[in-house]
Structures are given as structure tokens and as C-alpha cells.
Design a protein around this ligand. Structure first.
Ligand code: MLT
Length: 262
């Protein structure tokens, strides 16, 4: 992995392949390796960029709060640092999708295609916001391992949890190794993200919406409605997968992305 200086911090970046740029933005509280199967498979056709976001993986941590706008600006600064000024295909999962919405608002000219995986367009309820702020305080005291057991069952389809120990172990290892200050900062940032439902109608680039069949965090009904609201979109449901569809059924996700961008 390279480390790229983006101004006030350095981001770790996995970069592979050649061709049109595909920027993969990971979910919470994970790192670029959630895209391992996409990096391996899609780098045959694309120049894949898979950064660790600020506060995650091997990137620098800036404690306090990191907003979705800040994460989006970091991605634009990363592209600047790499001297890549052509429009990119941006693919974000869950929190990566919230960041993609901020990128659409703040850097529309840099976007050629949008891929939303297992994410939501609405903002948090007051109860949801309180839950995030409580988790931020808790994780700073009790450490990242303390949130693994609560998070895992939400993220995976039951069949994955029962029969795919390698996926479960990889996911748990990513959460455990995330700096608690990074987890707290992103939770505070997600708690105040704006509703993106109105934005959907204004998205001026082709969009692909990908959702695991058993995703309980951002269910297919919600994501199909998101796709319906966008002027130029496709919806693909991924069988045998929950919220982490790129890890749970990488062949189907890679095929959907390849068809869309192909
Ligand atoms: C994620 O997978 O990024 C999280 O589920 C996002 C969230 O906590 O809303």
C-alpha cells in the first residue's frame, strides 16, 4: 500500500490495474480490504483505487468528529494528489454511500458514474443519532473489540454467519483493528449527515444500486425506491448476501459493476 499526503493527513491507498478509474469507498468501521475481491477481480478492467478513509485501516486518525463532507473532500484531495482529474466511477458501501452523496453535492464535476452498495438515503432518527453518540463514548473507553459482537449479526446474512467463517473472521478483524478514535469520529459525523432523498432526483450521472437480498440495515425495498427516484439508474439485488454484499457474494457484485460500467 502507498501513503498519500492529502494536506492535513496521510491516507493509505491500495491501487491496482489500468483503465477507467473505479474508486471504492469502504463502510463503517472497516477498511479497504472489505473490497479485496473487487480489487482482485475488477482491476483486470479498471484502475481501482481503494483508500482507507481518515481514521480507518492504516490511514492517519484525526480525533473528534469527521463529517461526510470531510470524507468526500478527502477523496477529492486524494484524486488531486494523484493528478487524476478525469471523472471517476465512485462506488460506496453504506457509510461509503453517505460519503458518495456528499461527493455528489460537493464535487459533481468529478463524478462519471455512481455505484451505491447497501446504503440509505435518509438521515438518522433522533434515537439513531443518540445511539451513535453513545457508541462513540463507549468505544473510546472500552475499545474497538467491544463493538464487534453487537455489529456482526447486523452486517451479515444468517447463512454467511453460519457457513462462511472466513468472511466472519475478516469482518471481525477489520472492526477490532480500527482505532477507537476513528470509530467515534465517524459515528459523530454520520449522526449529523443530512437527508439525501431530494438529492437522488438531481443525480445527473448513470447510477447502479446494489443491495444484498437479506440486508436488514438498508433493505431491498428502501434501495429499490432510491433507484426509482434517480433519473438514470439500475437496481440489482444480490442473492445470498446481507449488508456486506461485496464480501458475501463478490461474483455477483463484480458482475453487476462490470455490466454497468462495461
Ligand atoms: C456501514 O456499514 O457503513 C454502517 O452500517 C453505516 C451506518 O452505521 O449507518
Amino acid at each position: 500500500m502507498n501513503r498519500i499526503d492529502i494536506g492535513d493527513c496521510e491516507l493509505a491507498l491500495e491501487q491496482r490495474g489500468a483503465g477507467p478509474i473505479l474508486l471504492l469507498v469502504h463502510g463503517f468501521p472497516l477498511d479497504h480490504s472489505m473490497w479485496d475481491e473487487q480489487i482482485a477481480g475488477l482491476s483486470q478492467d479498471f484502475h481501482v483505487l481503494a483508500p482507507d478513509l481518515r481514521g480507518f485501516g492504516q490511514s492517519d486518525v484525526t480525533p473528534g468528529k469527521v463529517t461526510m463532507d470531510q470524507f468526500a473532500d478527502d477523496l477529492a484531495a486524494l484524486l488531486d494528489a494523484l493528478a487524476m482529474d478525469q471523472p471517476v466511477a465512485l462506488c460506496g458501501l453504506s457509510m461509503g454511500g453517505y460519503i458518495a452523496f456528499a461527493f455528489c453535492r460537493r464535487h459533481p464535476g468529478r463524478l462519471g458514474h455512481l455505484i451505491l452498495c447497501d446504503t440509505r438515503s435518509d438521515a438518522d432518527s433522533p434515537e439513531g443519532q443518540r445511539g451513535r453518540l453513545a457508541m462513540a463514548e463507549h468505544v473510546l473507553k472500552a475499545g474497538s473489540s467491544s463493538v464487534v459482537a453487537a455489529m456482526l449479526p447486523r452486517l451479515l446474512a444468517e447463512a454467511t454467519t453460519d457457513r462462511r467463517p472466513a468472511v466472519v473472521d475478516h469482518l471481525a478483524a477489520m472492526i477490532r483493528s480500527t482505532d477507537p478514535r476513528g470509530i467515534a469520529a465517524a459515528q459523530r459525523g454520520m449522526a449529523e449527515r443530512p437527508d439525501a432523498t431530494d438529492l437522488l432526483r438531481q443525480i445527473g450521472v448513470p447510477a447502479l444500486v446494489v443491495c444484498g437480498q437479506h440486508d436488514s440495515v438498508s433493505p431491498p425495498t428502501h434501495m429499490r425506491a432510491m433507484a426509482d427516484a434517480m433519473p438514470d439508474s439500475q437496481f440489482v439485488e444480490i442473492p445470498d448476501a446481507g449488508h456486506m454484499s461485496p464480501m458475501e457474494n463478490p461474483a455477483a457484485v463484480n458482475a453487476a459493476i462490470r455490466n454497468f460500467l462495461g
